[in-house]
Every structure is written in structure tokens, then in C-alpha cells.
Design a protein around this ligand. Structure first.
Ligand code: DGJ
Length: 736
């Protein structure tokens, strides 16, 4: 059993050998938080851990709750807030009953983690009730056997006689007994996503959020609390991830007693939801992970759970194809002839999938027109998508297509027919971003139209891959289909609409690999991962920036979800030139692709790429599914290093990247991770990718796993002067 209930102490103990999470029914019937951390023995109860809370008047300083509500003496921000029909908002959620079951259920309409066998997890359901109003709340907790993770969500049911309005319904709330943590968040901008922000918790409220209708490039729905001395390799940390793609809040509130309340859920600032009698509201799911062994170990919990039990469909476990996307190679300016030329060269290089990006429909020669008119532009593609796809697949390479379902251009047939389908408020300015409007995805007739129209295109041709883009945030949020009192539901209904459309496509086209995109990483979150097992992580293809972006994203998301492309130099986003080997070795740690015009490559570059693609294909299961660790942070601007290891620790690859050369320095000693300490490994350098002879001499040969983890590799020995900036090396380790 991984969830036990001790009647005497009234404690529920969720445990899996690596992690314990204990909650308790308090004297007044509220659910209290007792413990969240390193594993405790399931054979005992823990009466001394729970403080004798009897009411706020006596002990506000020790009150720690699992799902606090408003108005009863807990003055921190609640997890649940409502307005009842009489205008009041006080709720007293008191324990009624509970169930402990094997496995895990889903959440209707929302992506969630799942189990395939009942012994993979156990679930606790706690039923609470606010007797005067009839409001019922069920808190769901699932603990996984294989990962130090607890998945949580809440179901709220109006079992009373009057309608009410939810104004806040968090997915997860966790009260921690101290504030001795650093808050680690992932922030940025378009083309600069997932940069790490690390700060000490301070008194008051701090966190990340979105009000854009998407999770956003700016802040990701994920945060880490780590002890101040914790780093990638040691120390205690808690990770919090929301499986949701819309407006979110993820933050921490530190009170005057240094208690810290973590909350994750739909952003209450842009949310309300009317619950009529009998109506049910399910929050999205949030996942909490624990590690006592540093941030790499914490990330590995999320990677395993999200790669194996959030991603779904046939592509979950399959090796992902190496692709060429024409976007940076041609932008809107292409003909069928040009695309066929690119695809033929790609095939010769060993690329397996050719993706046609934006500009294939309507009259779209730039970004000012045609979104919504999902009909092939026969000026560019005389035989449409089906003709092009057939010609490309007959070259022996698969075909993929870009779409942007949620958008509409003012200059489009769709807008002429349905101007009211674009989000906006009559009589007010409708703000354009990237010269386009957003369709009201909360309306089912629009979802039906998009599904029918785009399904026809997809079914008309041999399409193996779809890139689903979304290139702007929402403005003037309002749905013409909702009554005034339900306008607060718009953003969540938009997100549910996107999920519904995704679900319909995934079901109708189960063999297609879906890649999510949102101007790069504007909606790269765990919610979308539930439908599309990989995502375009950033529009920034500069390898130096990518080292930071991929490092940041790796704190929560698995490498199998990173679309990572090699592009031309000077780079289109940063104008930086880096060697082809450096670009390729950066993109290897993800799902490799290319984003350039292969006709412009020199003979030497093509020969290099053949080697790189062949190397990647040989090792892609390790890159895409191996145990990943960050060995050196690119934040130093001098070096970065990553590592992947097979589950059985028999093989590993280490990527070492020198950014800016510093002369006359100590060499870098790079300690490896997760090897078998008692094994001997054959260490070699991948010679086709370029290397330095001194690094080869100093590191290659037979070496012990313990030696490699404690003594490490010695790198950049020649004071940097021999290799210069943007030098990279790949080490291969094979257990003998
Ligand atoms: C933004 C995406 O991130 C790019 O890769 C490309 O697909 C463009 N949109 C096309 O408009």
C-alpha cells in the first residue's frame, strides 16, 4: 500500500520509498498539512509531527492547510473562494469521508497524468463539505510508485439549493512550515524563453502568472523551491508544475510566522465560474515532485512522469524523426519546385521528414492575410497539398504540415463570412498582434468548423506530422456566446476549446506526430504535452541562446519534448555565427531538426551533416529518452555541459560546450553523474564532430565509473587558445 490511514492520529500517509506526504483531519474537520519531504517509515504514525491546531484564535502561527478557504481566520490567500447567492463568501470545508483506490482516474476535458497498470499509483480522494451552503469539494491525490510525484486536483460541486460563483479554485495548495527556500522560476520573452530566475523567499507574495490566454513566453507554469544550499547535484527541492495552457498563477506567500503557502492553478485574476445547482467544476491537475538529491534528480522525476504517463499516443515511445522545416530557409517565399529541391537534398542528407511551414494557404505571401482560409494556394502549389505531399513522399521522405487553427486574418474569406468569430467587444478597438485576430475557441461551432476544414486537408494527403502554431496572445477577452455573468469563464473556456480540438485531431489521426508551437515557446507547458508529445521550444535557433533555453526547459520537461533545430549562420535571431558542429551538438539534446535551405550548404557542410545525422540517428533513443543531467550551467557564459545516460547505466553521452574563451585558466573539471561506480567505462571522443587532441589524450581510455563521477573529465586544457569560442565536444561512454 502506498497510501495508509491511521485512525488514531487521523493521518493519511502517501509514500513510495523516496518521498512522504502526510495530511491529517484536524480537530475542527479541516484538512491539515503535516509533512512533505524525504521518505518516512510507513509502518508508524506521526502524532508528534502534527501540531495541536484547534482554531485560529488559539494558534494562527501553526495553521497549515491543504485547501484553505476564505473568511474563517486564515488570512493568507485561500485556495478556494466563492460568492454565494446572498453575496457572502465564507466557506468551512470540513472532512466527510474518503476513498483510497489503486491507479488513477482522468479529468474530463483536461489533460492529466495517467496509469496503465493499477500498481503504478494509488489515489486518495478526500470529500469535504461546507454544510450551510451545500458546497462539496473532493481533493484528489495520486502518488506514483516510480516517481517522487504527487498529482493533485480538486472537484467542486454545488450541491446546494442556489447558484454560486467560483472566483478562485486552485489545483494545489501546500503550506510549508518555514520560509528557508529559494524560489526558482523560468522567465523570458519571445526568442528568450526559459531563463532561470533564482531568489530567496521574502515576506509577502511572489510568483509567476499569465493573463494572456496562453501560458506565455514570459513565465512558465512551473516553479521550484530549493533549499539555499541545494544545486543540481545535492540538496532538497520541491517542484510544482501545472498541467494547463491558459492563464495560470504559481506562487508562494510567506506570512509573518515564516510559513510559506504555495498555490498553483487557474489565475484567479481573470477567472470566475458560475455553478448552478448540481454543476461540477474540475480544476486542472498540478504535480508536486520531491528530491533530496538536488535539482537534476528533481527534474528526472518530472521527465519520467511526463514522458511516460502524460504524453500519450503512438508517438509517446517511438523514436522521433529528424526533420527539415522550410521556415528559416524560405519564409513565405517558396514554390513547389523549391520545396521539392529542398526535400530531395534533405533526403540525401539522411533527413526523414520534410515540414512545410506557414504560407501554403489562401493568398499568404506575408503575415497580413489568409489565416482561417485553410485552402492550398495553387499559385505556389499547383496540385495542392495532396500533390506536393505525394511528390515529397515519393522521394522517400515523409511529409508534415504547419497549421495555426486558432487564428483569423482580417483579410480572409473566413473573416468576411464570420467577423463575429474573432474575439473582441463590439464598439471597442480590436487589437491586432502580428496582424491577426484570435478565434473564439470557447464556441463549439468554431471548433467544429476548424475540425472539419482542417481534417479535409489532413485526410487529403499522406501527412505524418502536424505543427500546430499560435502566434499571439489574447486581447479584449470576451465571448459573444456567453451571457454577461459568465464572461469570467472566457479564458478557461478558450483553453478547454483548444484541448477539445486537439483531442479530436489526435483521435481522428492517431498516427500523426503533433508538435505544438506558439511563436516558439509561448505555450510550452505540461498541458499541451498531454496532446503533442513534442513542442517547438523557441523561435531562437542560435545555439548559444539554445543552451540557456534548453537548460531552463529541462528543469521540468523531458528532452523528447524539445524540438531543436540547426539553422544557418549568421543566425536570424542573433546574427551570431557558430560552427556547424556546435549547432548540431546543441540540437542533439532534444529532437533534432533543421531549419535552413539545404541548397545553400557547401559540399563540405553537406558531408558534415551526413555524419551528424547518422550519429544522431544511431544514438537518438539515448538523447530522447535517456536520464538527463545538467552538468554545467551556461549562465557562466564560459562553459555548458549536459549528459544523458541509459537507464541501465551501460552507455552515456556527455556534451561539452565552450562559449567564450578565457585564456590562461585552470582546465574545467567536469564531474559526471548517474554512472555505475563499480563499472569500467570505455571513454571516447566523437571525432567527426571536431575535438581537441589534448582533451582526447587527457580523458579517453578505460576509466572507472567512480573515477568519472568523483574525478571527472578534464576539459579545455590548452587554456582555450587552441579551440577558440563556440567549441564543442561529445564524449561517449560505454560500460565494459
Ligand atoms: C512562429 C513559429 O514559431 C515559427 O517556427 C514559424 O512557424 C512561424 N510562426 C510561421 O508563421
Amino acid at each position: 500500500m502506498s497510501i495508509t490511514f491511521d485512525k488514531e492520529t487521523q493521518q493519511f500517509h502517501l509514500h513510495n520509498g523516496g518521498f512522504s506526504y502526510i495530511v491529517q483531519i484536524l480537530g475542527n474537520g479541516y484538512i491539515g498539512q503535516v509533512y512533505c519531504g524525504a521518505a518516512l517509515s510507513p509502518a508508524r504514525a506521526y502524532p508528534l509531527l502534527s501540531l495541536p491546531f484547534k482554531g485560529f484564535a488559539n494558534a494562527p502561527n501553526i495553521a497549515r492547510f491543504e485547501y484553505p478557504a476564505y473568511g474563517n481566520g486564515d488570512y493568507k490567500t485561500p485556495a478556494l473562494a466563492v460568492v454565494f447567492s446572498d453575496g457572502s463568501g465564507v466557506i468551512e470545508p470540513v472532512y466527510k469521508t474518503h476513498r483510497i483506490t489503486k491507479g488513477k482516474g482522468g479529468i474530463a476535458g483536461l489533460p492529466a497524468t495517467y496509469t496503465e497498470q493499477d500498481d503504478e499509483a494509488e489515489t486518495l480522494e478526500l470529500d469535504l463539505e461546507d454544510a450551510p451552503s451545500g458546497l462539496k469539494i473532493t481533493l484528489y491525490y495520486t502518488i506514483f510508485t516510480a516517481y517522487n510525484c504527487v498529482a493533485r486536483h480538486a472537484r467542486i460541486v454545488n450541491a446546494g439549493a442556489h447558484k454560486l460563483t467560483l472566483t478562485s479554485a486552485m489545483s494545489l495548495c501546500l503550506d510549508l512550515g518555514d520560509a528557508d527556500w529559494n524560489l526558482f522560476t523560468f522567465t523570458g520573452m519571445w526568442a528568450r524563453e526559459f531563463h532561470c530566475t533564482d531568489q530567496r523567499l521574502r515576506s509577502g507574495t511572489q510568483g509567476v502568472e499569465s493573463t494572456r490566454g496562453i501560458s506565455g513566453h514570459q513565465q512558465n507554469p512551473f516553479l521550484i523551491l530549493k533549499r539555499p544550499n541545494a544545486d543540481d547535484f545535492s540538496g532538497e527541492a520541491l517542484g510544482f508544475s501545472l498541467i494547463y495552457s491558459g492563464n495560470f498563477y504559481a506562487g508562494v506567500e510567506v506570512d509573518s510566522f515564516d510559513l510559506s503557502r504555495v498555490r498553483l492553478g487557474i489565475n484567479p485574476n481573470t477567472f470566475s465560474w458560475e455553478l448552478t445547482t448540481g454543476a461540477v467544476f474540475d480544476t486542472p491537475e498540478a504535480v508536486l515532485a520531491y528530491s533530496g538529491q538536488g535539482l537534476n534528480h528533481l527534474s528526472q522525476q518530472f521527465h519520467g512522469l511526463y514522458r511516460n504517463r502524460l504524453a500519450s499516443g503512438v508517438w509517446r515511445d517511438k523514436e522521433r524523426p529528424v526533420l527539415l522545416n522550410n521556415w528559416e530557409g524560405t519564409y513565405f517565399n517558396f514554390t513547389e519546385k523549391k520545396l521539392l529541391e529542398m526535400a530531395a537534398i534533405a533526403k540525401d542528407l539522411g533527413i526523414e521528414l520534410f515540414v512545410l511551414d506557414d504560407g501554403w494557404f489562401g493568398k499568404r505571401d506575408d503575415d497580413r492575410t489568409s489565416l482561417g482560409d485553410w485552402f492550398p494556394d495553387t499559385r505556389k502549389l499547383p496540385e495542392g497539398i495532396s500533390g506536393l505531399a505525394q511528390k515529397i513522399t515519393s522521394l522517400g521522405i515523409k511529409f508534415g504540415l504547419w497549421i495555426e487553427p486558432e487564428m483569423i486574418s482580417e483579410k480572409s474569406k473566413l473573416f468576411e463570412a464570420h467577423p463575429d468569430w474573432a474575439v473582441g467587444i463590439d464598439g471597442r478597438v480590436r487589437t491586432e498582434q502580428r496582424q491577426q485576430y484570435v478565434l473564439d475557441m470557447s464556441r463549439s461551432e468554431i471548433i467544429d468548423y476548424l475540425f472539419d476544414t482542417l481534417s479535409k486537408v489532413i485526410a487529403s494527403a499522406p501527412i505524418s506530422y502536424i505543427k500546430w502554431d499560435m502566434n499571439r496572445s489574447l486581447t479584449e477577452p470576451f465571448s459573444r456566446a456567453l451571457p454577461p455573468e459568465r464572461q469570467g469563464e472566457f479564458f478557461h473556456r478558450y483553453c478547454l476549446g483548444v484541448y477539445t480540438l486537439y483531442q479530436r485531431f489526435v483521435k481522428a489521426f492517431p498516427d500523426i506526430l503533433f508538435e505544438s508551437c506558439c511563436g516558439g515557446g509561448g505555450r510550452f507547458d505540461a498541458g499541451i504535452l498531454g496532446f503533442a508529445p513534442q513542442g517547438w521550444l523557441s523561435d531562437d535557433t542560435d545555439a548559444v541562446q539554445r543552451l540557456s533555453i534548453q537548460t531552463g526547459a529541462s528543469f521540468a520537461y523531458p528532452l523528447s519534448s524539445f524540438g531543436a533545430h540547426v539553422s544557418a549562420v549568421p543566425n536570424h535571431q542573433t546574427a551570431r555565427s557558430t560552427p556547424l558542429s556546435f549547432r548540431a551538438m546543441t540540437a542533439f539534446f532534444g529532437v533534432l531538426g533543421f531549419e535552413l535551405d539545404p541548397a545553400k550548404l557547401t559540399v563540405e557542410e553537406k558531408a558534415e551533416l551526413v555524419q551528424y545525422i547518422s550519429f544522431y540517428k544511431q544514438h537518438r533513443s539515448l538523447f530522447q529518452r535517456g536520464r538527463f543531467s545538467r552538468l554545467h550551467s551556461p549562465a557562466s557564459h564560459i562553459y555548458a555541459a549536459w549528459q544523458v545516460v541509459t537507464e541501465d547505466r551501460s552507455q552515456a553521452i556527455v556534451g561539452f560546450y565552450k562559449l567564450l574563451t578565457q585564456p590562461a585558466k585552470q582546465p574545467l573539471r567536469l564531474l559526471l553523474k548517474d554512472l555505475d561506480p563499480s563499472a569500467i567505462y570505455e571513454v571516447s571522443l566523437w571525432e567527426d564532430g571536431g575535438f581537441d587532441a589534448m582533451d582526447k589524450q587527457a580523458n579517453c581510455g578505460q576509466r572507472g565509473g567512480d573515477e568519472l563521477m568523483r574525478g571527472g573529465l578534464l576539459l579545455d586544457i590548452a587554456f582555450g587558445s587552441r579551440t577558440g569560442d563556440f567549441h564543442s565536444e561529445l564524449f561517449l561512454l560505454r560500460k565494459l
